[in-house]
Design a binder for this molecule. Sequence first.
Ligand code: PHB
Length: 394
Amino acid sequence: MHKRTTLRSLAVAGLALAMPLVLSAGAFAQAKPFKIGFILPMTGQSASTGRQIEAATKLYMAQNGSTVAGRKIELIIKDDGGVADATRRIAQELVVNDKVDVLAGFGLTPTALATAPIATQSKTPMVVTAAATSMITEQSPYIVRTSFTLPQVAVSIAEWAAKNNIKKVVTLVTDFGPGIDAEKFFKSQFQLNGGQVVAEIRSPLRSPDFAPFLQKVRDANPDALFVFLPSGQGAAFMKQFAERGLDKSNIRLIATGDVTDDDQLNDMGDVALGVVNSHHYSAAHPSAMNKKFVADFQAANKFRPNFMGVAGYDGMRVIYKALEATKGQGGGDALLAAMKGQIFESPRGPVLIDAQTRDIVQDIYIRKVERKDGQLWNIEFDVQKAVKDPGKLK
Ligand code: PHB
């Protein structure tokens, strides 16, 4: 008797235990983790891009929580070494095996281009938080970009140069997508304003030696040298520029902010002082939001955020808000629709994800490298508001 009661009560208890499991099956499906697969160069010559974006995504999650609309956010970070073949393989694995809800990252243009067909085929939103060749967003309707484009920034510095008594320029860019965009858009805007580009030099992407190019610049003796190099190469360039005494010459150095990158700027020394450049983000941007962003970022990482970091941070914002808008349901097309048209304040300033182009619209600043409190900063002194990618204004 005693035993039977025990068994029956056990059976009842078992049923009671089983019930919530049955009832919560739907809720369980709803609550499966939401996976964001970041593919980044964590090693190789663009490793600073991966380190910056990883740190920024983690900061965003620390500040905003790791659950959105009932879904636990699972961040997966994979290293492609900046090599497109690796990116393609990793993207396939993330989509097929891990079943990620969103692909993100892409430190270099070729890695973004390699992934675009996979995003299209699998209808997976692909948030580009680094690569900056204009045409990337046209390679898949599932691409959204939170970084910038080279035409956006090259046009502004060309205009500044023409208005500041610079008449003859040599351009030096890295020989791949963003460099070619920079060269082309700098030249057309500079010529439009009466300037002349007297030589166009391209350096290789991998392990460049700038010495022979700098000799050519010296020989051409322009009023200014305009430079674009991808994030991570600025310090090596500056060192060679100074070693050849070009910082003491009459040739002025102007650049996109990729060269006076906040990640390396502080180690560049006096050669960087006075370099005028254009970009969308400075760690010295004087907004309250940016001050907090920089302070929190530095407290967590012991290094300064750069433009790659801020684009990773904003990429997370775009993904979180899209998931929220779908009430946690997700789904490629629904997420993408909710990413388009997002308008918000970034640490860089106000931004918009253009609903037509899926590219970012943002303020572009003219900055000068200055020393403040013993550190080097890109100090903003002029701004062009709400710049759309000129590469798409055909
Ligand atoms: C790119 O590969 O598109 C790229 C990389 C680094 C930059 C800018 C653009 O700083």
